[in-house]
Every structure is written in structure tokens, then in C-alpha cells.
Design a binder for this molecule. Structure first.
Ligand code: ADP
Length: 376
């Protein structure tokens, strides 16, 4: 079996980001992982180098694949903007503090992906509001409506979809090196969590990983899809803005809880998509009210209806409300989202209605002009 040394020896033939120094000596290799004969390699480049580094990335991939015993190789470019450099484009203020990370200029393309009809983002202004839970249940709901569905877990900082879908395996690779998504509950899922071990902080030590995301989107054998749901990283920093701009989104669903503070973040999320002219399909309120597991009684713990009122105020559709319910959390933690486990349960209904609304929004002609919303 081959080792790290074999990989470094093969890469000695590939010049690094400066075009001269061989990759192993260039100091740019930021992570190598080998799993079941497949190699995952990350190369750190500066935002300035990134646009010129695609040939180097490809050469590295070819060199690694040529090693005897290697079943497949994925090479990604990672890039971290210097903390003091100005953002490429003004992002809405606030967010989750990821704003210091920038995108490698020119490392992405705005166009859609061949074979995928529509790409829909599920986003939130902050973490912990149930964005991933909603993405999973929405994707399964869309599949139940008869659509061909993919789900891209773009939350590099905390990928949740492997847990939500109960997938612990590794994706296979096709002949040409494209990763095969893992199919479950009628959804083709791809997550960075399938590729990088949990302790691989080494690869993602706070970097902006736009090129990795681009590869997760484009170097995956999605096949023909009616819709690809993208579980976005939480927040409204540069990472999210660049993604929203570059992924070729047909529309976005914003998830929020009813609390005031969460709604401020949701407003930022909406402003972010407006800024890059992505139509907002609407606002979905998660953990909207409490459903007692014993008596079924409903309690409005927070000022219920906050998201509906907010949606009206901002002129975006309201997509529904899901209760704060122990079974939603339990099914998620068990790798069996509620829409897959028990689609007839009342807890599944809001997510199924959301899927119908998203399908209808996708089928409508795109709005000519997104409403402009100013955030103080
Ligand atoms: P995010 O993606 O916004 O960070 P998650 O989907 O990971 O949020 O959800 C955060 C936590 O809240 C998880 O433990 C999840 O199981 C739980 N959760 C999400 N939605 C609900 C809900 N409607 N009722 C109860 N728990 C929920």
C-alpha cells in the first residue's frame, strides 16, 4: 500500500504556487488524508495566487492518481485572506464573525452546474436555528414530491448532514475522479464531512474554502437533478456572500426562529441575497412554538408569529412554521429526519408544505428585480 511519502514523491514533479518550487518544498500542502485507497489533499494558496493555480491543482491530482494503488484523488485549494485586507465586496455588517475570510478571486464561476436544473440555498443569519434540519427535511420532502434531488452540505465549519442522514460511509469515486454522492431517502447527499475526518481541523483552520466548495459542487457526479438544495454555512460574512454570488442560485430560503435577535440576523440574510440578486423564496420559522410531547398542547414560548410579521414587513413570502418538538431533534440525531421517518406526523407537515412552496417558487419565472432592503 502507498504512503504519505509516495504522495510527496509523486508531487515532487509538480511546481507549487510560485510556479517553480516543487509542491512538497513549497510549504503549501496543508493536509493529506488517505482513506481506503483514496487521497484527499489540500493546498493553501493566497487569494492572489488562486486564479492561476487550477493547472497546478489538476497536475497534483493527476500525479497522485498515477501512484500505484491509489483509487482516486481529490485536491482542493484553500485560501485565507489576510485579516487586515479589505473585503472583496461590502457584506452586510454583523453575522457570525466569519467576515474576515475572503474568497480567492476568480476561483469560482457564477454559472450553474450541468445536469442540475435549479440550485436552492437554505440559509440563516446565525447558527443553531435549525437550518440543517430544515435543509434535510426539505430535500427529503422534495424527493417525496417526485423530484430528483441532491443536497450539498456547504457548511464546512460544521457539516451536519452526515449525522442527519445517518451516513458514515465514504463516497466512491468514478473512473474520471468525480465523487459519487451518497444516496439516502431518495436524496443524493454530498458533504465535506464524508471526506475529512472529524479531527481534520488542519485542513480548515479558519480558512475560506471557496475552491473546496466549488469542487464539492462541480466535481461530484450528481447526474440529472431537478433541484440541488444547498445547506449554507450560517451567517452573512464574506464566505456566504461569495457563495451566494458564485453558486448560480435559483432562490433562497431563510430559516429563523421567532426571537427578535434571530430575526435581525434573518434580515441580514435576506439583505445578503438581495445584494447579489438571488430571489428570496421566503422566510421559514423553525422552533416556532412548543408542542407538548405528552398532551399535544401548543405553547407559544417566544413571541410567536415574529417571522410571519417580519416576512410581511420585508415583502417576502412566509413559508410556514415548524414547532419546537423533541421528536424533530431526536429523529435528526438518529439519522432519520422526521419527513423520512414519519411523513404523516404533524411534525413533518410544515416541512412538507415548505417543500411544496419551494417547488412552486422554483417553477415560477424568476422575479425581474428582487426587492431592495436596507439594513441599518
Ligand atoms: P443549524 O443548522 O441552524 O445550526 P441545526 O439544524 O443543526 O441548526 O439544529 C440545531 C439543533 O436544534 C439540533 O440539535 C437540532 O436537532 C435541533 N432542532 C432543529 N430544529 C428543531 C425543531 N423544530 N425542534 C426541536 N429541535 C430542533
Amino acid at each position: 500500500m502507498f504512503t504519505n511519502d509516495d504522495i510527496l514523491a509523486a508531487l515532487a514533479k509538480v511546481p507549487g504556487p510560485d510556479g517553480r518550487t516543487p509542491l512538497p518544498q513549497s510549504g503549501a500542502i496543508s493536509g493529506i488524508s488517505i482513506r481506503e485507497g483514496k487521497v484527499f489533499l489540500s493546498i493553501a494558496v493566497t487569494p492572489e495566487q488562486a486564479p492561476h493555480c487550477q493547472p497546478m491543482r489538476q497536475a497534483a491530482e493527476t500525479a497522485v492518481k498515477a501512484i500505484s494503488g491509489v483509487k482516486g484523488a481529490v485536491v482542493v485549494l484553500t485560501s485565507e485572506r489576510a485579516p487586515d485586507s479589505a473585503p472583496q465586496q461590502a457584506a452586510p455588517k454583523g453575522g457570525n464573525g466569519q467576515g474576515a475570510h475572503g474568497a480567492p478571486h476568480g476561483a469560482t464561476h457564477g454559472a450553474g452546474v450541468e445536469g442540475i436544473k435549479k440550485i436552492v440555498a437554505v440559509a440563516s443569519g446565525k447558527g443553531g436555528v435549525g437550518k440543517s434540519t430544515t435543509s434535510a427535511n426539505l430535500a427529503i420532502g422534495l424527493a417525496r414530491l417526485g423530484m430528483k434531488v441532491g443536497l450539498l452540505d456547504a457548511d464546512l465549519f460544521g457539516p451536519s448532514q452526515p449525522r442527519l442522514f445517518g451516513i458514515s460511509g465514504r463516497p466512491d469515486m468514478e473512473e474520471g475522479g468525480a465523487l459519487k454522492p451518497i444516496e439516502k431517502f431518495g436524496v443524493k447527499v454530498m458533504s465535506i464531512g464524508f471526506l475529512v475526518p472529524d479531527d481534520a481541523a488542519i485542513v480548515w483552520r479558519g480558512p475560506m474554502v471557496m475552491s473546496a466548495l466549488t469542487q464539492l459542487l462541480r466535481d461530484v457526479a450528481w447526474g440529472e437533478l431537478d433541484v440541488l438544495v444547498v445547506d449554507m454555512p450560517p451567517g452573512t460574512g464574506d464566505t456566504q456572500l461569495t457563495m451566494a454570488q458564485n453558486v448560480g442560485l435559483a432562490g433562497a430560503v431563510i430559516v429563523s426562529t421567532p426571537q427578535d435577535l434571530a430575526l435581525i440576523d434573518a434580515r441580514r440574510g435576506i439583505a445578503m441575497f438581495n445584494q447579489v440578486h438571488v430571489p428570496i423564496y421566503g422566510l421559514f420559522e423553525n422552533m416556532s412554538y412548543f408542542l407538548c410531547p405528552h398532551c399535544g398542547e401548543r405553547t407559544d414560548i417566544f413571541a410567536h408569529g415574529g417571522a410571519r410579521a417580519e416576512a410581511e414587513k420585508m415583502g417576502v413570502p412566509f413559508l410556514g412554521e415548524a414547532p419546537l418538538d423533541a421528536s424533530v431533534r431526536e429523529t435528526s440525531d438518529a439519522g432519520l429526519p422526521v419527513v423520512a421517518k414519519d411523513p404523516d406526523a404533524p411534525q413533518a407537515k410544515p416541512y412538507l408544505v415548505l417543500a411544496e412552496k419551494v417547488r412552486d417558487a422554483m417553477n415560477q419565472a424568476p422575479a425581474k428585480k428582487a426587492p431592495r432592503i436596507a439594513v441599518e
